[in-house]
Design a protein around this ligand. Sequence first.
Ligand code: XMP
Length: 525
Amino acid sequence: IVIVVDFGAQYGQLIARRVRDLHVYSEIVPCDITAEEVRAMAPAAIILSGGPASVYAEDAPSIDPEILSLGIPVLGFCYGQQAMAVALGGEVAHTEKGEYGPAVITRAGESALFDGTPGEQTVWMSHRDAVSRVPEGFSVTSHTEVCPVASMEYPEQRLFATQFHPEVRHTEFGQTLLRNFLFDVCELEPDWTMDSIIEDSVEAIRAEVGDDRVILGLSGGVDSSVVAALCARAIGKQLTCVFVNHGLLRKGEPEEVEEVFTKQFDVDFIHVHAEERYLELLAGVTDPEQKRRIIGTQFWKEFFAVAEDLAQDGRPVKYLAQGTIYPDIIESGARKTGGKASTIKSHHNLIPFPEGVHFDLIEPLDHFFKDEVRALGTALGLPDYIVHRQPFPGPGLAIRIIGDVDAEKLNILKNADAIVRAELDAYNERLFAETGERNSEHAVWQYFAVLPDIKSVGVMGDERTYARPVILRAVESSDAMTADWARLPYDVLARISGRIVAEVPGVNRVVYDITSKPPATIEWE
Ligand code: XMP
């Protein structure tokens, strides 16, 4: 394992991703980790991340100097270089100009870290402070016009650092540097592969669960589906998948989920038809937050009713499997205290266990990033439409029907949405075919139909209509935090509009939402 000591939110995640891309397992740890804790983890290497602070600021995060003398190779980036310098008796100072963005470094002397890279190369810088005096034993291995110590090292102690960010794609040879560090300096093997991940996960689940039973709430989303597939491989019919069908999924989805988990995987699958109950509960409710509450609360009621039934046969269910993924863990604050115990507790609190009901949690994806989860899903044989499913809100179509929800509106929305998806799936496929990559940055990231609570006048044939509009929403984004409306070609827009009005009774108009996030949100409610 390679640990990434995180000096500031977000910096560590990208580094861990890059290490994992090289098939070496990597985990993020908080920067207040002690030498004792590091020794207990026995990592093969340590990487110190960048961070937003100045090393001399009050409350600036620092590293326990003892960590640097455990004999474990260390590589520091940006703030990590400065923290290393200060911890070992060097000095950091303000530079006059600072460097933000691309910069060219000039190498000096031999360095295992830079092996196979040219004397001048482009790197990504983002700093105002820089090392002004290297600690004893260190030599400077590169500089820029502004920064006298763009990198430094003490190879005999296997301590290396760069002022620039090798983890950023704009650093021309960033991945080479990382490869040199991991495979030459640390002599690691690139053996963290999909096969080994599946094998280890399956074994871990078996060891934990033993002969006990596991229950899982299957939503049709990527995470819960991958957990189900993984548990199916590990424990087969000891797993019961509970699919609570609230009737608010997209057209065809309940059937797809049922098909996959009854035909393809050997698990116990229970399809709870709760459509009518949800419609009754949602009748007349217009407030989005109240819709969310009702849907969330009812899910757990339906779920625990099944769990209770299952317990009747005398073989109680001991575990609840959840699709928690690594970013959830990092962001839930568990990283502050470290260790898994605290994580599990914090998640427990989110589940409204009824009186007297208790499950132990298993979270087999809690160390994986989203695209690793997708790769895992593919390797386990899940179909593409599940693995590459776009984000879909838990409360489903209920928050895409503005105002109150009823069966007629749901039907209209499902049909209109199916056309939007079919047309934009095809559009994305064309883009993938042209660019040769699935995650083309021009691909539309999330797309769907919204049904507003108004009607407008139209004319169809010789008849005047008074019917509903459908709003088309299609955005480009990478993380849903910000988004821009997709610049779809007019002919694609025309096809969608034409098909919806022609094929979906009750709709006479289609409009396109051309607002980015912010100021709007992706969803309408
Ligand atoms: P907004 O509308 O806030 O959405 O820009 C950001 C992303 O989150 C999804 N979303 C939800 N997901 N439960 C969910 O599980 C929800 O209540 C919910 N609301 C929004 C949305 O689809 C988008 O991808």
